[in-house]
Design a protein around this ligand. Sequence first.
Ligand SMILES: NC(=O)c1ccc[n+]([C@@H]2O[C@H](COP(=O)([O-])OP(=O)(O)OC[C@H]3O[C@@H](n4cnc5c(N)ncnc54)[C@H](OP(=O)(O)O)[C@@H]3O)[C@@H](O)[C@H]2O)c1
Length: 291
Amino acid sequence: MKTQIKVLVTGAAGKSAGAAIEELLKNGVSVKALVHKADERAKKLVSKGVEVIVGDFLNFDDIANAMQGVDSAYFCFPVLVPGLLQATAYFAQAAKDAGVKTIVNMSQISARRDSKSNAAQDHWVGERILDMTGIPVTHLRPTFFDDWFLYIREEIQQENLITLPFGDGRWAPIDSADLGLAVAKLLVDPKDYRGKTIRLFGPEEYNVYEMSEILSSVLNRKITYKPVSMEEFTSITDKKGAHPHFIQHVTHVAQDCVEGLFSGTSDDLERITGAKPTTLAEFFTEKKMAF
Ligand SMILES: NC(=O)c1ccc[n+]([C@@H]2O[C@H](COP(=O)([O-])OP(=O)(O)OC[C@H]3O[C@@H](n4cnc5c(N)ncnc54)[C@H](OP(=O)(O)O)[C@@H]3O)[C@@H](O)[C@H]2O)c1
């Protein structure tokens, strides 16, 4: 890894960004981190030698300030709330103004021109906005993260149930920490991935019935997958207070998943990181206490 560069990591309290920062620091790379709140997570980053900027993706001055003196930058906007395109436009302009040479963009596998999910279509438009900067961008389009099981851990803990609208749809779950490792490598040396869009998969493809069997085996108790319709899932997540933007997104990408858009595996992740990707069983074992 070249170390004489300065890197900006946004969404720095998130999982892929956090893992990217760990890897960059391990390799002696100078890291600036954009966090949303000056909380314990931010303090921890400061204690590790990270230059922490507290700011908002949706405030252009914050982003322009964060981008000063940076050679490469990771863009990772949360999927839970609207605002991706405003944030992307600010990030793109700030990166151009600051003379940034490399961008890594977290997109998703369902990003496409005709996606019915507003967020996934926005990811596609966001990719195009970043391309218009003329800065070489690597767009990462991963499948669903392993973290999905953490999002629904209360139900697993309390009812031994997994209630999701993915039917018999299949995908190879990916560990967002493995993605962070890939981000770190690409920020420092994008190699052949400069200007490319990469679909990224975990090592093994399953449907949710099979995933719940793996979880049952790790926990040594029966966890049952209960597939639900999009309408039922909308009602459940609405009651839990999820943002309508997120519900619109999840129900449409769930349909994509059922129709096979998420299926497949590849060795790209391993080729970028040089490490064996985390299996779902390993993820469940590591996070056993959460379930
Ligand atoms: N989840 C999946 O299965 C999946 C699959 C494929 C692709 N992706 C993509 O991965 C990306 C990251 O998704 P995620 O939701 O899991 O996020 P995340 O990486 O866990 O976190 C995003 C971070 O952004 C911070 N943040 C939120 N609003 C902000 C704002 N206005 N200004 C500055 N920082 C802000 C959050 O801070 P706080 O923690 O302080 O709120 C959080 O630390 C998304 O673009 C998504 O489409 C996700």
